[in-house]
Each structure stands twice: as structure tokens, then as C-alpha cells.
Write a protein that binds this ligand. Sequence first.
Ligand SMILES: C[S@@+](CC[C@H](N)C(=O)[O-])C[C@H]1O[C@@H](n2cnc3c(N)ncnc32)[C@H](O)[C@@H]1O
Length: 268
Amino acid sequence: MTTGKVDFTRVKWWSMEWTMIVTLYLRAYESRSQHSILDDHFAAEAVDRIDYDFARMKRYLRPSSNQFIVVLRAKQFDVWAADFLVRHPDAVVLHLACGLDSRALRLHPPAGVDWFDLDLPGVIELRRQLYPERDHYRMIGASVTDADWLDELPADRPALVIAEGLLMYLDERDVRQLLQRLTDHFSGGELLFDGMVPWVVKLMKIFRWGIRDGRQLEQWNPRLKYLEETSPTAHFAEIPVPSMRMVYRICNAIPATRNYNRQFRFRF
Ligand SMILES: C[S@@+](CC[C@H](N)C(=O)[O-])C[C@H]1O[C@@H](n2cnc3c(N)ncnc32)[C@H](O)[C@@H]1O
């Protein structure tokens, strides 16, 4: 982490930058609880350093209940990613739409791993004020829809691609092209991402792409092999607060609330 106060007051509500402050704030909030699930103290340190109206954000987000959806989702990606890195200590990690997420620090990747965090140029500019680059860790300021940034990445090592909270913001055409470019570039690896169901995309104007069935991606791109999927609510048992555990347990029992945001793991 770098030091000193960082000014985020220009970030507008409901902008792309705002969405990443939301998830950062919820991870930071959760890390302060006594029995934290994700224990993302890097997020808490980042929030402490950011100049932003977090009091207003807290009133709006109601983090005591909403923290868990973000944290359980992040935890599942951490578990899948850590498992990949144990199997492939020479991996290349491409963390798309990293926002202000500290996964590259949380997971303590093995020394042989090269980690690339990518987000839009404006986001990376903000991110650089919080997290420094170091050996085997680089940040790329680009849109995932840009053509050339992938050429900078080693293609012949096992690749782990993580897209958390990204694909729902893209058009279907861009999702298809991105997946194609990834599988064309890397010789093999795994892809972790989450997606919204189509009815949520219709409801929320900020989203553009929804996924009904994970296997549809195999038809789009035969290199992608579906491995598994889950939902943040499926891990309700990890929630340490009994009343919230009960709420998430009920959400998990109802297909509409269990499946509105699902996490997928594919091999390629
Ligand atoms: C909901 S935030 C998630 C951030 C991070 N993954 C997390 O969980 O905290 C969505 C992120 O997607 C990024 N994003 C949206 N469109 C993008 C694009 N075309 N290329 C790269 N990043 C994009 C935004 O800048 C933002 O950081």
C-alpha cells in the first residue's frame, strides 16, 4: 500500500468508478466485524485513506445486510483462484475489472506467478494512488474491449482469468469477443466470472448482458468447458450473524433470489 490521503470526491454516483467504491466499501465494512469471512484488511486500509462521502454511502447501502453478498462472492473467487495457484505456481493471472480489489495482496501468490490487474484507464489512475506496482505485479489501464493490451501478456503459461462484477456491464457482442480473444491468446487455463440472470438485466438499467445457462458459453466458444457454478447465497452458513444467516438461507431457498447473480468456473 502507498501512504497519504487520496481524493475520490470527483467520482459521481452510479458511474463505473462508483460501483467499485461500493464493493470496496462493503469488503472494508465486513473486514471490521469480529468474525470476518474475507478479512480484507487491505480494503479497510484503502477506505481509511480515501477522501469520499462514505457516510452517505453507508446510509444508502445498508452494509449490515448487503456486505455479505459482495463478500461471499469475493470469497468464492478467492477459493477458486487459490486452488488454481496451488496447482499452477507458474501461472499468469489476469484480473479483469479489478477496481480497487486487493485480491493480488490477499492471496499472496507464489513467487513464480505474474499478476496483471486491468481496469479502465481512469480507474487504474485512482488505483495507482493506493496500490504500488512491484515485481510480478502490474496494472493495465485499458478497456477489456480494446484490442491490443492482451499482446503484452505471456501466452504459453497456465492462465487464470478472473472477471468479477464485469460482464454484466458489457454488450453481448463484447462478451463474446472478449472470451474469444482470451481463448485465442492463452494456451490454456481457467476462467472465473459472475453473471446476472436476464430478468435482473432488464430491471436494472446499468446492466447490459445476462446469462441464463452457463453452458451457452460452450456453444459460443468450443474451447470453453463448463466446470461448475454457485451462488453467493449458497454459502449462507459462513455468515456469523444469526439473523443475517437466516435471511440468506431463505434467499438461497428461493430460486429467484438464489440465482440472480451466479458465479461460474470454466476450463479452456
Ligand atoms: C462492480 S465494479 C467491480 C470491481 C471489482 N471487480 C470488485 O469486485 O470490487 C465494476 C468494475 O468494472 C470495470 N469495468 C466496466 N467496464 C469495463 C471495461 N470495458 N473494461 C475494463 N473494466 C471495466 C469498472 O471500471 C469497475 O471497476
